[in-house]
Design a protein around this ligand. Sequence first.
Ligand code: GRF
Length: 207
Amino acid sequence: MQADRLTRLAVLASGRGSNLRAIAQACAAGQIPARIVLVLCNVPDAPVVDLATSLGLPVRCVDHRKFPEREAFDTALLAELRDTDTEFVALAGFMRILSPIFIREYYGCLLNIHPSLLPKYKGLHTHQRALDAGDEVAGATVHYVVEDLDAGPSVIQASVKIRRGDTAAVLAQRVQQVEHEIYPEALRLCLSGQVSLDGLLSQERTR
Ligand code: GRF
C-alpha cells in the first residue's frame, strides 16, 4: 500500500454508523491516506444509510434477505466493490459473517472492529459476557479478517475499566468511545504501510 496516494476505501456497516462517522472525519482531516468510495449496507433502513448520505458519501444497499445463500450475497457485495474499484475494506458494525469467497478476494486488505479484547469473547454479546465473568477491563480490537471468525491478527486494542454498576449498554457506550479512536488509527497504520497482515502473521510465527 503506497502512502503517497489515497486508497479507495469501502466501509461495510449494518447499524448506527458511529465508526463510519469517525473514519469519515479522519479521512476528511487527512489523517488516513484514503477516500471512502462506497458505504455498503445490508439493512436498507439502517441509520447508517442516512448518516452516509448526510456526510456526502456514496451509499449502496445489498439486502441479505434477498439472497438464500451466503455465497450469493457475498458475490453481490463483491460486485459493488469491484464496480467502485474498492482497494481496501473496513467492516464497521457489519452484522453478517463473510464467506471465504469474500475474504480471499480482500485478504490482507480487510479490517474489522470487534467490541472485546480478543481473543476473549469472539462472537456476540461481548459486553454482557465480560460483566458476567467479573472482568475488570473490557475493550475493543481492530483486527485483520481471516477465515476463522474474529481470529485474525490484531492491529490495535484499547481497554476501558469496568465500573461497579455497569450494564452492557453503559459499557458498550464507553467502549465505543475508544473504538472511534482506534479504528481510524488502525486504518492509518495499515494504509500507510506501517502494518500489514503478512508482517503480523510472521511476527506471530516467530513468537
Ligand atoms: C461497534 O460496537 C462494533 O464494535 C461492533 O458493532 C458496533 C457498530 O457500531 N462490531 P456503529 O454502527 O459503528 O455505531
